[in-house]
Design a protein around this ligand. Structure first.
Ligand code: NAP
Ligand code: ZN
Length: 349
């Protein structure tokens, strides 16, 4: 065991603060990573504040991790000390169920080990995330990252990037498809960039008029305010696919109206409460309402390669770790352009 510095929430209503954490000594197939940057995902906030229930305190959030390999176990073959690597939303899975065999570790039938607020495969050891100086992860769940890219801007790809790439791929978004992205935050801005790179005609649906210019710069072809009833009406039946990234309660029925016949609305955002869905919203037009959870390790590597090829990174605001509580408040207020990323050097000093 090695003691490392971290930032943890001790209770739902307490700000995050300094916390000493024990990391395991790297075992045979483990990679120890010195964390350089970690993104701030809205899931970190939902969890730190126990908005979904089930948070085990103290909790160290953070699942958009980029760093350098600082030590390896004797059996590690893929990485060496000094390599630039990433870790996303989970750090292990059973490895033998139907889903793990299909590279869908995010849907492991025996329960995967999420990067924080979860249990390792021994089903006993609690996991602690990336708001810390180091993390130890089994080799198979470590991603290779090009050190030619600005690493602070790559970190958010490990959650926001793969979470939006995976459904766009799975539902086969192609040249000319009409894609709507709801909510311009961390996930939303990546969805716009990736869908545009796939050749889709992208419409940003937002409640925030001041984000119109940014949406345009990110590659959206259209911007529509969802708070204006006339706008919603005129978009009726327009989209092949809607990617919904909104973190707070909102009425899905209103967005389902915007789908074409046979269109699909993908829920990515996980609001703590939800509105009732009317059967008629789906029946009229044979529409699908589906969900998607991050992406498997193989697909995450594919996404990193796709982003490198298309020169896609996240738009970030780098902060020191003592600003993380402020960043949470600003994220909730929608004042994030478009991902806060913690410079972990600020935790080492
Ligand atoms: P974020 O940066 O806070 O963005 C959320 C966006 O939703 C906001 O920027 C805002 O966009 C919109 N929004 C927020 N509150 C709203 C409200 N009351 N009414 C209408 N719109 C509102 O959050 P994020 O990190 O992208 O995460 C978004 C959600 O996805 C969270 O619930 C998170 O837990 C979830 N998530 C899911 C997965 C998955 O695998 N499915 C992975 C990661 C995160 P506008 O100002 O443009 O309207
Ligand atoms: Zn996340």
């Amino acid at each position: 065991m090695t003691q490392v510095k971290a930032y943890a929430a001790q209770q739902a209503d307490q700000p995050l603060a300094l916390f000493d954490l024990d990391r395991r000594t790297p075992g045979e197939s483990d990679v120890e990573i010195e964390i350089l940057f970690c993104g701030v995902c809205h899931s970190d906030i939902h969890t730190a504040r126990n908005e979904w229930g089930g948070t085990k305190y103290p909790v160290v959030p953070g699942h958009e991790i980029v760093g350098k390999v600082s030590a390896i176990g004797t059996g590690v073959t893929k990485y060496k000390v000094g390599d630039t690597v990433g870790v996303g939303c989970f750090v292990d899975s059973c490895g033998h169920c139907n889903n793990c065999e299909k590279d869908l570790e995010q849907y492991c039938e025996n329960g995967n080990s999420q990067t924080y607020n979860s249990l390792l495969q021994d089903k006993k050891t609690i996991t602690y995330g990336g708001y810390s100086t180091h993390i130890v992860v089994t080799e198979k769940f470590v991603l290779s990252v090009s050190d030619k890219l600005p690493l602070e801007a790559v970190a958010p790809l490990l959650c926001a990037g793969i979470t939006t790439y995976s459904p766009l791929k799975h539902w086969n978004v192609k040249e000319g498809d009409k894609v709507a992205v709801v909510g311009l935050g961390g996930l939303g801005h990546m969805a716009v960039k990736i869908a545009a790179a796939m050749g889709a005609e992208v419409t940003m649906l937002s409640r925030s008029p001041e984000k119109e210019k940014d949406a345009d710069a990110l590659g959206a072809h259209h911007f529509e305010l969802t708070t204006v009833a006339e706008n919603m009406k005129k978009m009726s039946g327009r989209f092949d696919i809607i990617i919904d990234t909104v973190s707070a309660q909102h009425d899905y029925n209103e967005y389902l109206k915007l789908l074409k016949t046979d269109g699909t609305m993908v829920l990515l955002g996980v609001p703590p409460q939800m509105e009732q869905i009317h059967a008629g919203s789906l029946i009229f037009g044979r529409k699908s309402l589906v969900g998607s959870l991050v992406g498997g390790i193989k697909e995450t590597q594919e996404m990193l390669d796709f982003c490198a090829e298309h020169n896609i990174v996240s738009d970030v605001e780098v902060i020191s770790i003592d600003k993380v509580n402020e960043a949470y408040e600003r994220t909730i207020a929608g004042d994030v352009h478009y991902r806060f990323v913690i410079d972990m050097a600020s935790l080492k000093n």
